[in-house]
Design a protein around this ligand. Structure first.
Ligand code: FES
Length: 209
């Protein structure tokens, strides 16, 4: 099984929020000498409406029509990377073979909404949505394809995610392997389909997360 080339190590997403905040700080520094009497206002009040909504934790939409089989896309929600992966039939077939190697194969620790409490941990079997933050100390794991030469994942690796900070490994459903530092599976955020090709992250029919 080979992952699509699009399945590459996941860099931390560039944050429009950070860029805008830096710009705001520069502007603030430039006018500080003449604005000493200005009334302090909450930081989020100085953001554009869309950025303010994002900073407050608004749900975000994602177009998933451009994710090829085996590919992965990262969107930002509440300042966190959220992965959307389109798993191939081969990837899905490997999931049930891993149960004995996983710490919580049935995800009993409730790291996902009820509609994702299944073998593939997703609404649609092929589309996995997960928060790309390790449940150990919050590093962002890296996608590692099957057949990788990475000695940390073993020769029978079927693809998944590797956290380089302290060596936790997760399968293609974000389930953590046994005897690793991460205590739980990766979080599946609330989400729902607005259409076949469009997801809403951070909100489902029960409301916002
Ligand atoms: S933060 Fe991932 S293993 Fe420590």
């Amino acid at each position: 099984m080979t992952l699509n080339p699009a399945l590459q190590p996941l860099p931390a997403p560039a944050s429009e929020h950070d860029a805008e905040r830096r710009q705001i700080l520069l502007v603030t520094a430039g006018v500080a000498g003449v604005a000493v009497a200005a009334t302090a206002v909450p930081f989020v009040a100085s953001l554009a409406p869309s950025e303010r909504a994002r900073a407050m934790g608004a749900s975000v939409e994602a177009d998933i029509t451009d994710i090829a089989p085996g590919g992965i896309k990262t969107v930002e929600w509440r300042g966190k990377p959220v992965w959307i992966m389109r798993r191939t039939p081969d990837m899905l077939a490997g999931l049930p073979t891993l149960d004995s190697e996983l710490a919580d194969p049935a995800s009993k620790q409730n790291q996902q909404p009820d509609y994702a409490k299944n073998l593939h941990r997703s609404i649609k079997p092929d589309v996995f949505v997960g928060v790309g933050i390790c449940t150990h100390l919050g590093c962002s794991p890296t996608a590692v394809s099957a057949g990788s030469n990475n000695p940390s994942v073993g020769s029978d690796w079927k693809g998944g995610f590797f956290c380089p900070c302290h060596g936790s490994t997760f399968d293609l459903a974000g389930r953590v392997f046994k005897n690793r530092p991460a205590p739980t599976n990766l979080e599946v955020p609330r989400h729902k389909y607005l259409s076949d090709g469009r997801l809403l992250i951070g909100e489902d029919d029960a409301g916002a997360a």
